[in-house]
Design a protein around this ligand. Sequence first.
Ligand SMILES: [Zn+2]
Length: 145
Amino acid sequence: MDLINRFRRFMNGRYGYDQFGRFLFIVSLVFWALSGVLRFTPLRRLYFIFWALNTVLYAYAIFRILSKNVWKRAAENERYLRVRERFIPGWRKFRTEKLDKDYFFKRCPKCDARLRLRRIRGKHTTKCPKCGTKFTVWVLFGSAP
Ligand SMILES: [Zn+2]
């Protein structure tokens, strides 16, 4: 089809879609939804702010797809992925450790295995099931021994 060929020629040498692009589209969609909801609340004057943010992010996402500066866009994506990798596992760990009242997680000082330990107040000696190293664990907040 001529149209598809023309589109291919147009996109030739341009950057295209990536994970950071998807993130920008999702965030802009969230702002768009917020601006739509705010219109029906007493805060309707603020709707313009979210609408503007949505437009800016959407425009930037489109700009990245059409950009011919492929290396710069790839570097942006790399930076985004690094932040995401650092942020998301930390958040998950935080959630499981904070929400679990009976257990907590600790890394073995020798082999770095992640151990699930009972949250009992006091000083304990634990043996790593993976490498057999014995080490001391202090539990400050937990149930009575
Ligand atoms: Zn170990």
